[in-house]
Design a protein around this ligand. Structure first.
Ligand code: PLP
Length: 363
């Protein structure tokens, strides 16, 4: 049996007819930047997340960067703010901070995503925090409460957690002061190209981010800030509207796969994240941890199962972040060394799940 890690073509084929209609509608509209399809998606995504402001952007990295730039422009963060960030994340989180002219302050993570324990030693030294819902797992409400009590603004990199619901019943995107989403095609809510969005309840922050995403302009000919050009295409917005209607059911299917794995995996060489990980998770990635990753991945592939890694080299060890290369974050480094992502997507059949279990248990 062959099992692909993420059958993107098949996942998108489900929307083929709707997308064809969207293409015709956008093409007929004569408006190819902004306009009603972008506004409609922003409205729909805002309703879905439970916020009244959505600022769509060209991608997730821009969404993160624009949150920080907007806060700087509004005077809510100093120009070279120190921003606490988990050492276990995708490099985009770190890059957004430097692109905003600020300094990343990485901290080690005890349990895959930030906890209060991880924040404690550094919180007094930073101006703000970016939490990351890595693998789709929401950072706990207590982390937000702690940052609030310390009077530090906390933002969220929600690029992997579309649709997840917190213990207090709030949707990803409505928990932090502002959240950044990516609609990269492999995400749980993915476009047919690049896309991103900022969600927030703060009207001033939303207005400033929108202005900065559009050259910093106040009107057609007057610009009062040095902005960038970062926009979601109407075509992508229309495709995303088609997919948003399916997100809850897709996430439920991912959860079923994850629960099945937790229930049936029995192999001491393959470690799962602790069971708490099953809660408040959109299951963008199903991670397991294996000492000899290369051997395990080859074994899985020999048995027809494609796997992935999120991510092999942590940001602080990348050449791009030479200035951080001397830092040590043992937990994050171990996660980066041992993580393997297993197929966990909405189209998996019971037979496929059973096959993955059989192969993993025989390792
Ligand atoms: C955790 C995280 N942050 C940020 C991003 C950046 O998103 P994009 O690729 O849309 O710029 C991604 C996705 O690639 C991500 O996984």
């Amino acid at each position: 049996m062959k099992i692909s890690y993420l059958p993107l073509r098949e996942l998108n084929a489900r929307f083929f007819h709707l997308d064809q209609q969207s293409f015709t509608a956008v093409s007929d509209s004569g408006q190819y930047i902004g306009g009603k399809y972008v506004e409609r998606f922003e409205q729909q995504f805002g309703n879905y997340c439970g916020v009244d402001k959505v600022v769509s952007t060209g991608n997730g990295l821009d969404a993160l960067t624009l949150i920080l730039l907007a806060e700087k422009e509004l005077g809510n963060l100093p120009p070279n703010a120190k921003v606490l960030v988990p050492a276990h994340t995708y490099i985009a989180t770190f890059l957004s901070i430097v692109h905003a002219g600020m300094q990343p302050v990485p901290v080690d993570v005890n349990n895959l995503v930030l906890s209060v324990k991880d924040l404690k030693s550094q919180i007094a030294k930073v101006d703000a925090v970016i939490a990351v819902d890595l693998y789709g797992k929401l950072v706990g409400d207590e982390v937000y409460a702690f940052a609030k009590a310390e009077q530090k603004p906390i933002y969220c990199d929600s690029a992997q957690s579309h649709g997840a619901i917190s213990s207090s019943g709030n949707r990803s995107g409505s928990i932090a002061r502002a959240s950044a989403f990516s609609f990269y095609p492999t995400k749980n809510l993915g476009a047919l190209g690049d896309g991103g969005a900022i969600t927030t309840k703060d009207h001033l922050l939303a207005a400033m981010a929108r202005k900065l995403a559009n050259y910093g302009r106040d009107n057609r000919f007057l610009n009062s800030a040095k902005g960038v050009n970062s926009r979601l295409d109407p075509l992508q917005a229309a495709f995303l509207s088609n997919r948003l209607a399916q997100l809850d059911s897709d996430n439920n299917k991912r959860l079923l796969v994850a629960q099945f794995y937790y229930h049936h995996f029995k192999n001491d060489h393959v470690t799962l994240a602790d069971r708490e990980f099953l809660n408040h998770n959109a299951w963008h990635v199903f991670p397991v941890f294996v000492a000899d990753r290369e051997h395990f991945q080859n074994y899985m592939l020999e048995n027809g199962i494609e796997t992935n890694v999120h991510y092999p080299v942590p940001p602080h060890q990348q050449e791009a972040f030479k200035e951080l290369n001397d830092l040590n974050f043992p937990q994050a480094e171990r996660l980066h060394r041992t993580e393997v992502s297993l197929p966990c997507h909405p189209l998996m059949s019971l037979t496929e799940m059973e096959y993955v279990v059989k192969v993993v248990n025989n390792y």
